[in-house]
Design a protein around this ligand. Structure first.
Ligand code: FPP
Ligand code: MG
Length: 297
């Protein structure tokens, strides 16, 4: 039987889910699953047990998400910072990941697992990728934009999370999805991750629904500002080119040149993205091949 869909919601949960679904529902939810060790301490069990229960809670939460029509979930499973923990704990977490990833790979999952991840690292490598594109002549420096950087992130192809939830009462993002959450509803809940309940999730969704109009407005305004910036950037490039060749030209002629320039820019960006896509596919194929013996237990 499937790991995620082992049980249905009970009557009270189903009723609450139907009420929530009348309002706007988040399509993509991100979790910072925090508080495993405090839970272990509180319950006087081994640290490993805390992490293991944390994983079981993830399975349960994914089931709730499926029932709430949440199409995508992203979790912060292991930060690059976590490598600074004791060797024993890191080894234990790696072993847990090794076992659980095998199970995750068997599932039809709608889950993104951020492992050995930090957002600054992700953004830095996206900037490097664009710099490489310029160096190789695929891009012009003026082609660099917010949307292009977004495409260079590991999350490209996924919509930004509508809702980000952090448990355990900590009120910081700890270098998780810093770029992707600028218009997300951020909900910080005091509950420790292994004790997370369906009702905690409903409460977070309710908070999202209350803030939805303001979030939506800010997002639309930002998208419009980005489109405007792009038009202005193309115009500035054309005017600069005309200035260099000492050409003045009429308004209609300039308009045509701007349109031509935008088409060429879109083509450069599309070629660059295609190359990035191929590079990633190759990286993933190599990764799967090299980890196959490691994952088959
Ligand atoms: C934070 O609690 C949790 C982690 C660092 C590990 C999260 C991993 C899981 C829940 C298992 C999921 C595994 C996979 C393969 C998806 P903490 O250790 O920071 O506890 P504390 O905040 O109480 O110290
Ligand atoms: Mg913690």
């Amino acid at each position: 039987m499937s790991w995620i869909q082992e049980a249905e919601l009970n009557l009270r949960e189903r009723l609450c889910a139907s009420i929530l679904k009348v309002g706007p529902m988040p399509e993509h939810v991100a979790f910072i699953m925090d508080g495993n060790r405090r839970y272990a301490q509180k319950c006087r069990v081994e640290r490993e047990q805390g992490h293991s229960r944390g994983f079981e809670k993830l399975a349960e939460t994914l089931r709730w998400c499926l029932n709430l029509n949440i199409r995508e979930v992203t979790v912060y499973a292991f930060s690059i910072e976590n490598f600074k923990r004791s060797k024993e704990e890191v080894d234990g977490l790696m072993e847990l990941a090794r076992q659980k990833f095998t199970r995750l790979l068997e599932e039809q999952c709608f889950l993104n697992v951020c492992f050995a991840y930090t957002s600054r690292h992700e953004i830095t490598s996206a900037v490097r990728e664009m710099a490489l594109g310029v160096e190789e002549g695929l891009l012009k420096p003026s082609d660099l934009s917010e949307s292009l950087l977004g495409w260079c992130l590991y999350s490209s192809g996924s919509p930004d999370p509508d809702l980000l939830i952090r448990t355990s009462g900590e009120v910081r993002l700890s270098d998780f999805l810093l770029w992707q959450t600028s218009h997300s509803c951020l909900v910080f809940q005091p509950v420790l991750w292994p004790e997370y309940s369906f009702w905690n999730l409903c409460q977070a969704i309710l908070q999202y629904q209350v803030n939805h109009p303001a979030l939506q407005k800010a997002k639309l305004l930002h998208e419009a500002a980005c489109r405007h910036q792009q038009v202005e950037a193309d115009r500035a490039c054309v005017l600069e080119q005309l200035g260099t060749v000492g050409e003045t030209g009429g308004t209609e002629c300039k308009q045509e040149l701007i349109l031509k320039y935008s088409r060429e820019r879109e083509e450069r960006v599309s070629n660059f993205r295609q190359r990035l896509e191929n590079k990633r596919r190759k990286f993933l194929t190599d990764l799967v091949q090299s980890s196959a013996p490691f994952l088959r237990v």
